[in-house]
Design a protein around this ligand. Sequence first.
Ligand code: SAM
Length: 453
Amino acid sequence: MEFYLPKPFEQRMRQQLGTEFDLYLESLKEPAPVSVRINRAKNADAASADVVGWENDGFYLSERPVFTLDPLFHAGMYYVQEACSMFAGYAIKTLLGDNVSNSAILDLCAAPGGKSTHYASMIGDNGLLVCNEVIGSRVPILQENLAKWGRPNVIITKSDPSEFGKLGGFFDVVAIDAPCSGEGLFRRDYSAMDEWSVENAELCAQRQRRIIADAWNCIKPGGYLVYSTCTFNPNEDELNMDWIAQNYDAENVQLPINEKWGICKIEYNGLQGYRFIHYKTKGEGFFLCVFRKKDGDVANWQKGKVKKHLQHAPQALIKQTTPMLIGNFEFYLNNDEIRAIPASIDKQYQYLCDKLHVVGAGIETAKVFGNKLQPQHELAMSNNINRQYFNTIDLNLNDALKYLHRDAIFVEGAKQGINLVTYKNTPLGWVKNLGTRWNNLYPQNWKIRMNLP
Ligand code: SAM
């Protein structure tokens, strides 16, 4: 397929890259590499021998399979993530070291959740990840990807960045993977070039500054801002890096880089950022820089009060729900829905519910039907499900795909009532065995839409 670079973009890139411009142009004709990051908490194993330099769980694949036809893709066993963007996770791991597992991280621009699922793998049982997406139509895909990833210490919010300032210094890391002009992704989708304009890139740069300004206050003193884009545009990258240094009491932080990775160190006004460009790094275009906040206030979340609409579940329901899970949880009842919040983040959860628009948290465990509980899909996907408590039936590939397609299937051997269905021993969801047929309880909105082979 042919592509035509927008003229002003081409002129700027010629200037920016000098004699290397032709290498860039050639690299645009190459196919984009395919990479995945595996979910070790679901016992996923290496996906290939070609490991992404900066991420041990990231692997390049030699070709692009039809991921939709792999049940393990739907089970959250891996996430198809562009390799360079895994560098955001590398940055956070490097900055926090061993403390990463106990830290509070905000992914402010989170949908569809590539980096969120990465951060979710990094935090331990005492850590907290808040994933925010302000565009309502993009929230469901974020919820779906995080539910499939199966980590419990995650809160999903749908708030404007301006609402985060009132939290006070709450997060060890605020990651802003900003909406940008997307120049680094032209290779993946040539038609994106048609959307590009000088004016739009400038609007992006201004919006990025507003987002940073909105979020700055919710970084703890000593905490970090990890700012990234998928563009090569200096207004959105170098100049915004400089703008941060000019406007905030912040120290620019450098990261250790292995020369072999082919990452360009970008020096600007004594500051350093990192750029990924196709002909040097195996992946798509990306930019990242880090700042450490020197001063500021600390949020007083320990004194958070339970909001009226946050009703703890009654003891009888807690007793019924507790054996479904492994771990220490607080249980909340919202209408007929029981939500399990890890006890370790309960106070922060209450604090955030008071200040932000929380649209998901912990594990939606069960729904109350009369005096019975029906386990919910988030529980099936969760790493904290108590597998011993449920009848399980393992499906072959054919039946697993039919299940995910939401077809009517019936497999001998399932016990009456609710069964957990698995593929290669990895949970896919629930069915209700009525004796002669199954009710397929796979979420309607998540079903495979393509025709099965
Ligand atoms: N971090 C995501 C990932 O790794 O999958 C990709 C994020 S994408 C580059 C930027 C996100 O910012 C989009 O989901 C977009 O909806 C969101 N966004 C758009 N306008 C925004 C705004 N004014 N404030 C905050 N986020 C915004």
